[in-house]
Design a protein around this ligand. Structure first.
Ligand code: SF4
Length: 372
């Protein structure tokens, strides 16, 4: 069957769920990885993109209790915070001389911070730093804002877009299967709502990313189902820029799983994702969760992007990620070059960026988006 699947892929045909499941379970990781790499190289050649970004978590207070989450504080609990627009601007400005092009802003579902709060956050940032791309709010947070602000998904997203929101990250998808959601993150938005938030975002011109949290209690079938639901929505809207498989981290949470996925499992998930998601242009190896070594290897198993400098990330570091909490641009470029790939800085929309080597000033942002 592997020969038949390989022939199909090499002919440019789409593989189905049953075939994806077969690949996910097949012991010949190297052959599947080589196939995924051939597909990746036919799309992007040797290049591997990265961006210069920082994370700001607007709040760590959350009404939900996801069992895999090490980040949240309950409303009223010590250590909870809600960042003011002024603070967010100060943090972003403090790092603007590092050349950041993107702010990645996600956090908890706060009981009283409504759409207006996020609008004032984005407006304040755009006023001071109009060139910064704001990638913010998972679909879970958008669905929560709709609930707490008594607005539709579209009303929330239109208002946020007007205030300066440029794109949505892909978090909160976890695993779509309701069995897993009931056991790990019951109460927060379900698969249908997650997909609907992204559908609406794509319709009104907000590009988004997609994710999958793997390596905990999910089955192989549930992984394939998750990929399949993403592929269907992408066929409909074309609004996903990238897919990011997120490796589960076991520390500081209440989930009774002591280990995250092995390197072998991660590489297999990457390879199958590249082969199955033939309509999502990019596959990101998020080094914070994968670890630097597996992230490098993933660049030969389908991935073409390494995310960014990621200053001040807490969600996964609180969960035990032992990766550094920031990589410099030269760290990132070295990692990529060591993996025999060509590093290219990009913006959030995957457009290549050319800088003056001496000053770091942006000379040019490619007119042609790398995202197909
Ligand atoms: S994963 Fe998100 S929604 Fe779940 S508890 Fe943590 S912050 Fe809240």
């Amino acid at each position: 069957m592997l020969d038949q699947i390989e022939a199909k892929i090499r002919n440019g045909e789409r593989i189905d769920e049953e075939e994806a499941l077969y690949l996910l379970r097949h012991p010949d990781l190297n052959r599947i990885g080589r196939l995924a790499n051939d597909v990746r190289e036919s799309m992007w050649g040797r290049r591997c993109t990265y961006n210069i970004n920082r994370h700001i978590h607007p709040t760590n207070v959350c009404v939900f209790r996801c069992t895999f989450c090490s980040f949240y504080r309950r409303p009223g609990q010590d250590g909870g915070y809600l960042v003011s627009p002024e603070e967010a601007v100060e943090r972003a400005k403090a790092l603007s001389d590092l050349g950041i092009t993107e702010l990645h802003m996600v956090g908890g579902c706060h009981p009283t911070a409504k759409t207006d709060y996020y609008c004032s956050l984005y407006r304040a940032i755009k006023e001071e730093l109009p060139h910064i791309h704001i990638k913010s709010l998972t679909a879970v947070e958008v669905a929560w804002l709709a609930r707490v602000s008594k607005q539709s998904f579209e009303e929330v997203l239109v208002r946020l877009k007007e205030a300066g929101l440029d794109s949505l990250p892909g978090g909160g998808a976890e695993i779509f299967a309701q069995r897993v959601r009931d056991l790990t993150c019951g109460g927060k938005c379900d698969a249908e709502e997650w997909l609907e938030v992204h559908r609406v975002a794509h319709r009104i011109g907000i590009p988004t990313n997609s994710t999958m949290l793997y390596g905990h209690i999910e089955t192989d079938e549930e992984i394939v189902d998750h990929l399949s639901q993403l592929r269907k929505l992408q066929d409909e809207t074309g609004g996903f820029m990238t897919f990011i498989p997120l490796a589960y981290h076991p520390e500081n949470n209440v989930m009774e799983i002591e280990e995250g996925p092995s390197g072998q499992r991660s590489l297999q998930v990457f390879a199958v994702s590249r082969l199955f998601l033939d309509n999502i242009p990019h596959l990101k190896a998020y080094w914070v969760m994968l670890g630097l070594e597996i992230a490098q290897m993933a660049l030969w198993y389908g991935a073409d992007d390494l995310d960014g400098t990621v200053v001040d990330e807490h969600i996964y570091h609180d969960a035990g990620a032992i990766t550094p909490d920031v990589l410099t641009v030269s760290d990132l470029r070295k990692l990529i070059a060591e993996a025999e790939r060509d590093p290219i800085e990009r913006d959030t929309l995957y457009r290549p960026i050319v800088r003056d080597e001496a000053t770091g000033q942006i000379l040019e942002i490619g007119k042609e988006t790398i995202a197909s």
